[in-house]
Design a protein around this ligand. Structure first.
Ligand code: ADP
Ligand code: MG
Length: 351
């Protein structure tokens, strides 16, 4: 997907002005509340009229104030999923899903409802009314409806913000899986860096109505550490688990990691806080932690009272956070071999 944008919109006290060209399929719009993220989404979808500018999506011009082009929202092939599902309460789940689908030309219908319902685990709900559904189920219906409209661009505007944390954690894997499977390019709008890391490849970072930078969530996550001291969260892709007593042994590149078996889905992305990684200069003889990785130090960055230590573990990278005194005591230096110890209980399945 190629997006070429030049947009101006003033709300009196708030002035939104941006210009960018971007190519990709998983793009994040990130920034604090009030930075203009939804304004951008609404301008692109045609839900808000710009004061001036241009919006081109792939080879289509959707808006151009210099030539008077201004396609109506339903002509733009842009679908939006909002924070609140905005479903039709008098229609069944099936008819909500089919709402956009029935309004597009038959030749553009690339997905079928059974396939989408199955991917979003909505099959058993198809005959139900919207009223009795949970918040998470409603958001899945809203996503399914948007996918079935086969848009050229899907805009997800804080689709998880109204859900509580536990539900969010449940829905993110669905979102990842479904968006990947149906391969519809999207803009993911959120103020959550965690969601950006899980769902986007590139990030447009907004602040006060202006595009600050084009970056990626990983870069933002590393920078964020120094701001709030919570520490970097490692994301590890683990695969091929096998049972070893009460634990699961996973492959992490060519490393092996032992995790407590919580009945987590078998493969996927796991979170590991950098504070949970302990460093030893010599091979510890007795250790309760189940994982001991032989690694070398790639880089060290001071972060307040701590030092962020980036490690190379075979071909994989891992970040540890240690207090400055410990780093001094251990005499940590770039290039030095080091043992990283991790408890089997320190990993959390994410998606
Ligand atoms: P974000 O989605 O990043 O939280 P918004 O784009 O919703 O930010 O809002 C950015 C600013 O624009 C806010 O100060 C908001 O009050 C203002 N704004 C948004 N929509 C309107 C509107 N229709 N009328 C007046 N002001 C608006
Ligand atoms: Mg918003």
């Amino acid at each position: 997907m190629h997006l070429d944008v030049e947009l101006h919109k003033s709300f009196g006290r708030f002035d939104f002005a941006t210009g960018f060209q971007i190519e990709g399929s998983r793009i994040g719009i990130f920034g604090p509340s009030g930075s203009g993220k939804s304004t951008l989404g609404n301008l692109l979808a045609g839900l808000l009229p710009p004061d001036a500018g241009r919006v081109c999506l792939n080879e289509h011009c959707l808006f151009d104030s210099s030539t008077g082009v201004n396609l109506a929202p339903e002509k733009r092939r842009v679908a939006v999923v909002f924070q609140h599902a905005h479903l039709f309460p008098h229609l069944s789940v099936r008819n909500n899903l089919l709402y956009g689908y029935r309004r597009i030309a038959a030749r553009r219908r690339k997905l079928d409802i059974e396939e989408v319902a199955e991917a979003l685990t909505l099959g058993h709900l198809l005959k139900r009314r919207i009223g009795g559904l949970s918040g998470g189920e409603k958001q899945r219906v809203a996503l399914g409806r948007a996918l079935l409209a086969c848009p050229d661009l899907l805009i997800l505007d804080e689709p998880l913000s109204a859900l509580d944390k536990g539900l969010k954690d449940q829905i993110i894997p669905y979102l990842r899986k479904t968006l990947r499977r149906f391969a519809i390019p999207y803009l993911y709008i959120s103020h959550s860096l965690g969601e950006m890391r899980l769902l986007t490849d590139q990030v447009l970072h907004f602040s006060a109505g202006r595009l600050q930078e084009v970056t990626d969530a990983e870069t933002l996550a590393r920078r964020r550490i120094s701001d709030n001291g919570t520490g970097y969260l490692n994301h590890l892709h683990l695969s091929d688990p096998r049972e070893v007593g009460s634990m699961l042994a996973y492959r992490w590149g060519s490393n092996e990691l032992f995790l407590i078996d919580h009945g987590q889905p078998r493969n996927g992305l796991f979170a590991l806080a950098s504070k949970e990684v302990l460093l030893f200069k010599k091979h510890p003889q007795a250790l309760s932690a189940r994982n001991l990785l032989c690694s070398s130090i790639l880089a060290m960055t001071p972060r307040g009272g701590s030092v962020e230590v980036r490690l190379q573990c075979c071909e994989e990278e891992l970040t540890a956070q240690v207090v400055r005194e410990a780093a001094l005591e251990l005499g940590l230096e770039v290039g030095m071999p080091i043992y990283a110890a991790i408890k089997a209980s320190a990993f959390r399945w994410m998606a």
